[in-house]
Each structure stands twice: as C-alpha cells, then as structure tokens.
Design a binder for this molecule. Structure first.
Ligand SMILES: [Zn+2]
Length: 139
C-alpha cells in the first residue's frame, strides 16, 4: 500500500513526449512490416502484384488476420497521435470528463488513457447500457 506513496507524481512533458514518440515509431514500424507481409502474402497467393477490389473480397484467413492486426496497430497509432496532441495542448494526463489529473501509475500502464479511473468506469457502465439499448431496438 505504501508503494503508491513513493511513486513519482509528476513525469515531465518531455519524458512523456519521448515515450509516446518512441511507441509511435515502434507502431509505425510494425505497420510497415505488416503491410510488407500482407503484400508478400498477397503476391504469393494471387500470382500478381496488383491489388484489385474483386480479389480483396476473396481474402483468405491469413490475409484477414494481417488486416485485423493492421487495423489494431493503426488504431494505436491514432491514439498516440491524440495523446501527443493533448500533450501539446497541455491537456495530457487530465481526465476528459472531469478534468482531474489521471494518476501517474494509470498513465504508465495506459499511456493514452483519456479518463480518470472513476470516469472510465462510469463511461464503461454507460456504454454497456447503450449497448443493451441497441439490442432492445434490434428485437
Ligand atoms: Zn474523471
């Protein structure tokens, strides 16, 4: 329990920026590799190098997997961009909903957390309710 007390409460913006940029370039590199793999796979299975839309609809499971990985990495990259923008605006580390400072521990674990723990919890509950409402509409 005492552990949280000795935790540094402030990380400098420069440190944060460096950390976010580092993650961003790692993600960028992964995207590049995935795209290369995807292109190689595509060329190997289709015997030609031009991606056309008709073939895109006949994607096999490997390609499907690569694409969903790419999608996930791209989402991460966008979150990192948002975090960097918030850092520039001086809003990074502040809860989007209540404006409170997000704990340093939480930010280290989740560098692009946009809400404090209690607002995040609240948002998740609201999301769950919204999903239930959706289901009810479908029925
Ligand atoms: Zn909050």
């Amino acid at each position: 329990m005492a552990k949280t007390l000795i935790e540094p409460t402030s990380t400098s913006a420069d440190d944060l920026r460096a950390m976010l940029l580092e993650r961003r370039s790692a993600v960028q590199q992964e995207i590049h590799e995935l795209l290369t793999q995807y292109r190689e796979h595509y060329t190997a299975t289709h015997n030609h190098s031009v991606l056309d839309l008709e073939d895109m609809s006949l994607r096999d499971s490997t390609a499907e997997q690569q694409l969903s990985l790419l999608e996930a990495r791209n989402r991460t990259r966008m979150m990192l961009d948002t975090a960097l923008r918030r850092l520039d605006d001086g809003e990074y580390g502040l809860c989007e909903d209540c404006g409170a400072k997000i704990g340093a521990g939480r930010l280290r674990a989740l560098p692009f957390a946009k809400r404090c723990l209690s607002c995040q919890h609240q948002a998740e509950v609201l999301e769950k309710i919204a999903r239930q409402e959706d289901r009810r509409d479908d029925a």
